[in-house]
Design a protein. Structure first.
Length: 69
């Protein structure tokens, strides 16, 4: 099953019919519990960390990060 985002992208880029089938159909129909999921923090290992010093900029590499898996 495709998510609403995937359906919207498909409607715009593949079918080019510009009529995505959103679920829910309106913003008013969005359940608060679903919206709250967007603002949940990531696991500690996936949280974005901003380097403080120049040395820290080069400490991590994508290949050894949690995102490489």
């Amino acid at each position: 099953a495709f998510s609403s985002m995937e359906k919207g992208i498909r409607a715009l880029t593949v079918d080019k019919d510009n009529s995505p089938k959103w679920d829910p159909k309106t913003c008013e129909e969005v359940d608060d519990s679903k919206l709250e999921l967007v603002f949940q923090p990531f696991e500690e290992r996936l949280e974005l960390t901003i380097p403080v010093t120049e040395e820290q900029r080069w400490d991590g590499k994508y290949e050894t990060s949690a995102y490489a898996n």
